[in-house]
Design a protein around this ligand. Structure first.
Ligand SMILES: [Zn+2]
Length: 638
């Protein structure tokens, strides 16, 4: 996943149940497979190995009616099958012969849902569960036609990471448990259905689609999208899905996907998922992208019109190795998914566009990381700045901060700088190959690192390094420092402007428009504007550079922070339009945070949020409700 919130939300609920009935002895015997604090499943007793999912998607009722049938690996004969469910209505549970099985539903815990425990007979080899999802299912976003680009048909998409798969499929919802799947999905005629699986490229006449996913995946990679969607190939192994009115634009923007797959394979070995497609979702998608295997889900906010935001594609593609192939064992090891992916993303971008390009990305990553550490330190959440997290009793979304992404990236970059690129690349390639389709704990990775990098290179193991980077807070002193000449040039323009040279003159001198600063350079510029800007200075910039009217969501989001901070009223209307349309949490959090700093801003935030909230996905709503202290009473009178 790419682009997370700046703010790690506070812990609130203590988790009572969850696998605690196991004795210490039992826990020790499975110590290589850690208990996942965010799942009720007991895979060491009974594990699912294959899912057959038969589903009907009902847009009128905003629910999915389905039957999920599992093949089982029964390791302890008398043990029940325990699945995670959250908000599902269970109609029946039966075995391979259609005979009913007894089951119990445990108590519901906030965000965890409840355990569904199914008693198995000696002869039980398969279990079928007939169920219906709730219209409030956290993973499912049902969009009205007017919330889509085409405005004629509704749209549905899922977001299962971290633990939302259980809101639409009863499942062992832990990243350490893998299964293959097949599916048959019925949607209204005239709509296309897509999953994280082999996908259709054309609409069927009857609205029925079948899917297979032969490679085993964890539950958080289960995905479904349904809408008025068309396909265009961008190469032999790559293609783009989008609403028809966006398809041409999307196919142009992502034309470089085939090259990115080739560059990635060059670095870390063969792409194991056959095809790599991408779907551009409606703007309410809460993330930049989600690495659903074979089909990345992406926000339309990366359609910048100049291919400048496609590092996101490199990121989601890199997950085909780090995350989807070698998977964090629990959400406490999330940095193994995201830190590796940021590292890999930057290597792909460097291979394709050069070091001066990737060093801009690295510099922005360091800026984000420092801001996140400052923020978490101010809140006293020092433990959340460790790479290895302890999220037991908390929503795993709390761990989805820049720490996992960018502190993880700089730790790997430090290893690269210490051992040299050649040795580090050989190590990483071997790591992905030897651990393919398996899960990995932080401790497992460090042991692998000791063996295959330190010892292999004849270097003594450096425990102090791990204590500081993996198990310690903040940013260690030996953090690598990216060097960007292109940003140095931006700094000199900023400096000259601050000492009084009009921006118009600087632009013509620097020839910015013909030299074409990339989005990254503009972001660096916007992030370093002085805190004490006057309205006249804001106006001067806006008149010449037209930030308020930019078609680039990254630039808009960075500019609107200043619009709020400096009460720049000409920007207010477009700020509101942006917040009402775009549901990407990475943009929403800093803007609502900035608004909430003053009483007038907070009033404005609440009035905008009242209009915008129905357009946001559950994961964004969850975050912004908290941020604005939102309840039905805080809704402004209209
Ligand atoms: Zn990611």
């Amino acid at each position: 996943m790419k682009n997370i919130s700046f703010i790690a939300m506070a812990a609130f609920f203590y988790l009572a149940a969850c696998s605690t009935e196991k004795s210490d002895n039992q826990q020790k015997s499975v110590s290589m497979k850690p208990i996942d604090p965010h799942s009720y499943a007991r895979p060491q007793e009974v594990a699912i190995t294959h899912l057959n999912w038969q589903a009907v998607v009902d847009f009128d009722r905003q629910q999915i009616k389905a039957t999920a049938t599992y093949k089982l690996d029964r390791k302890v004969p008398d043990a029940p099958l325990v699945l995670d469910v959250n908000g599902l209505t269970i109609h029946s549970v039966s075995d391979q012969d259609g005979q009913p099985l007894t089951y119990t539903l445990g108590d519901a815990q906030p965000y965890m849902g409840r355990p569904l425990s199914i008693d198995l007979h000696d002869s039980t080899s398969r279990v079928s569960i007939a169920y219906t999802t709730s219209p409030q299912a956290g993973a499912l976003q049902w969009l009205q036609p007017q919330q889509t680009a085409g405005e004629k048909k509704p749209f549905l998409f899922t977001q299962s990471e971290a633990i939302l798969c259980r809101t639409w499929i009863p499942i062992q919802d832990s990243p350490g448990i893998r299964f293959t799947y097949e599916a048959r999905v019925q949607v209204p005629a005239g709509m296309l259905a897509l999953m994280s699986a082999t996908n259709p490229r054309q609409m069927s006449e009857d609205g029925v689609y079948t899917f297979t996913m032969p490679q085993p995946i964890p539950a958080y990679l289960m995905a479904l999208a349904v809408g008025d969607i068309a396909y265009e190939a961008t190469g032999p192994r790559t293609g783009v899905y989008a609403e028809p009115s966006l398809l041409k634009k999307a196919a142009w923007e992502f034309a470089g996907m085939e090259d990115k797959v080739a560059a990635a394979e060059q670095l870390y070995g063969p792409y194991r998922w056959e095809v790599y497609d991408l779907i551009v979702l409606p703007p309410s998608f809460p993330f930049g992208g989600m690495e659903n295997p074979r089909l990345t889900f992406a926000t339309p906010t990366i359609l910048a019109g100049d291919r400048s935001l496609t590092s996101l594609v490199a990121h989601e593609l890199a997950h085909s190795w780090s995350g989807n192939l070698v998977t964090n064992a629990t959400w406490n090891d999330f940095w193994l998914n995201e830190g590796f992916t940021v590292y890999f993303e930057q290597r792909i971008m460097e291979a394709l566009f050069g070091r001066d390009y990737s060093e801009m990305l690295a510099t922005l990553a360091l800026q984000d990381l420092k801001a996140t550490i400052t923020d978490l330190e101010a809140k006293g959440q020092l433990a959340d700045t460790h790479l290895k997290l302890d999220l037991a009793g908390r929503d795993p979304d709390d761990g989805m901060t820049d720490i996992a992404y960018n502190k993880g990236y700089f730790f790997l970059r430090l290893l690269e700088e210490r051992f040299g690129r050649e040795a580090f690349d050989t190590f990483l390639k071997q790591y992905f190959e030897e651990n393919a389709f398996q899960s990995m704990t932080t401790e497992g990775f460090l042991a692998y690192l000791n063996e295959h990098l330190f010892k292999a290179q004849g270097v003594p193991v450096d425990e102090d390094l791990y204590q500081r980077w993996v198990y310690g807070p903040g940013l260690p002193d030996d953090c690598p420092q990216p060097v960007s000449d292109r940003f140095a040039r931006v700094d000199s323009v900023l400096q000259a402007w601050q000492s009084g040279t009009p921006i118009a003159q600087l632009i013509s001198q620097e020839d910015l428009f013909t030299k074409k600063w990339s989005t990254h350079e503009w972001l660096h510029f916007l992030r370093h504007l002085p805190d004490d800007m006057t309205t006249d200075q804001m106006k001067e910039l806006d008149d010449y550079l037209q930030f308020t009217y930019s078609g680039n969501a990254e630039i808009l989001a960075a500019w609107f922070v200043h619009v709020i901070r400096h009460h720049y009223e000409p920007g207010y209307q477009n700020l509101e339009n942006f917040l009402v349309t775009v549901g990407r949490r990475k943009f929403l959090v800093p803007l609502y945070t900035e608004l909430a700093k003053t009483p007038e801003g907070l009033a404005m935030a609440r009035s905008i949020y009242a209009k915008a909230r129905p357009n946001y996905h559950y994961v964004s709503v969850n975050t912004i409700d908290e941020l604005l202290n939102w309840s039905d009473e805080s809704r402004p009178a209209s």
